[in-house]
Design a binder for this molecule. Structure first.
Ligand code: PLP
Length: 386
């Protein structure tokens, strides 16, 4: 029987672990077996097979992930995009319409703008802060609403409470991408969301060495998404399950350190004369700081900013940094910097980026777990003379 662990720190370590321990193994072993002996299963989805995402490594992760967000159920997928696309292709059927926040992760944005029509699906982008806009775009065939906890790369915080209420009133499935916040900073089920999706590639794994995704939420939906995933084939390999499981155990200590350093770094950058502005929900200057304080237990390890100078200044600054690596993606133990226009949002047209305020010179930082002061000193030396 699942034990009732009280805190996220304890759940990360103990929830979903096999009981009794397998041959006493403290770390769950990797079950590298594609198929399993027939044990009288009567449903296709119950036959044990890696593609059906139900081997011991999957089951342990599913239980742990559900426990982290205080949700009913969870499943892992082969990538964050597999989690997002399989969820949307389960919740929506041909002819349905989606309301989606306009400032989405580039891959999700492209899936809507480039692929949705091929599935007979339609969407409208909405301003996450403006319920009147949601009402205006609501159609009789609208089935779901899709938002992000903190948007990538501008760290905007939509009116998530109003979004859930709107979804309830209009019988829409409320879906949120919780990648940026992580379950340490935000647990969508507690606020009424039906489903949360994650790129586990980021904080949940935290070590920049695998690609994986997760969907967490109401059991009824998770069962249906799992069924569709079994057909679409986006299951997670047991070895990747093992790495994700190992990485997740330290999520809380990593994320709290990243929250702390990001806050200090954001404050430092905001005061620096070479910096024009900083986007970080933990700053009092953030337009939705109070809302973020109410919703989140921490403001994340992500921030973005612009220098006063040109694109060249941004390039020079990045080249001068010693500690951070210039790379896309986020959520790992090492600090990464990137210009989203060249990486995460390069699939978007320049016009779309401009509309959303993602300039070519915007710099995004994913703060790692290096020493806070050492990291800030490095930013300081890279800003000198700019
Ligand atoms: N959601 C967010 C917020 C992301 O930043 C990303 C990737 O950067 C994804 C989803 C997609 O995840 P993956 O690369 O694991 O498919």
């Amino acid at each position: 029987m699942a034990r009732n662990y009280k805190t996220i720190d304890t759940k990360l370590v103990h929830a979903g672990e096999p009981e009794p321990l397998i041959y006493g193994a403290v770390a769950i072993p990797i079950f590298q077996s594609a198929m399993y002996e027939y044990a009288g299963e009567t449903r296709y989805d119950d036959i044990k097979y890696i593609r059906l995402n139900n081997t011991p490594n999957h089951v342990a992760l599913h239980e742990k992930l559900a426990a982290l967000e205080n949700a009913e159920a969870a499943l892992v997928t082969s990538s964050g995009m597999a989690a997002i696309t399989t969820t949307l292709l389960t919740v929506l059927k041909a002819g349905d319409h989606l309301l989606a926040q306009s400032t989405l992760y580039g891959g999700t944005h492209s899936f809507l703008t480039q692929d949705f029509a091929d599935f007979g699906l339609s969407y409208d982008f909405i301003d996450g802060d403006d319920p009147a806009d949601w009402q205006a775009k609501l159609r009789p065939n609208t089935r779901a609403m899709y938002v992000e906890a903190m948007t990538n790369p501008l760290l905007q915080v939509a009116d998530l409470e109003a979004a859930v209420q709107f979804a309830r009133e209009h019988n829409l499935v409320a879906i949120i991408d919780n990648t940026f916040a992580s379950p340490v900073n935000f647990r969508p089920a507690e606020w009424g969301f039906d489903l949360s999706v994650h790129s586990c590639t980021k904080y949940l794994n935290g070590h920049s060495d695998l690609v994986a995704g997760a969907v967490i939420g109401r059991r009824e939906w998770i069962d249906r998404i799992m069924h569709r995933l079994n057909h679409l084939g986006g299951s997670l390999d047991p070895h990747a399950c093992f790495l994700l499981h190992r990485g997740m155990k330290t999520l809380a200590v990593r994320v709290r350190q990243q929250n702390h350093t990001a806050q200090k770094l954001a404050q430092f950058l905001e005061m620096h004369p070479a910096v024009d502005h900083v986007n970080y929900p933990g700053l009092k200057s953030h337009p939705r700081h109070e809302r973020a304080q109410k919703l989140f237990d921490g403001f994340s390890g992500m921030l973005s900013f612009e220098l006063n100078g040109s694109l060249e200044a941004a390039k020079t600054f990045i080249a001068k940094l010693q500690l951070p690596i210039e790379a896309p993606s986020l959520g790992g133990v090492e600090t990464l910097v990137t210009r989203p226009a060249t990486t995460s949002h390069s699939g978007m047209s320049p016009e779309d980026r401009q509309k959303l305020g993602i300039t070519d010179s915007l710099i995004r930082v994913s703060v790692g777990i290096e020493d806070t002061n050492e990291l800030i000193d490095d930013f300081a030396q890279a800003l000198e003379g700019l």
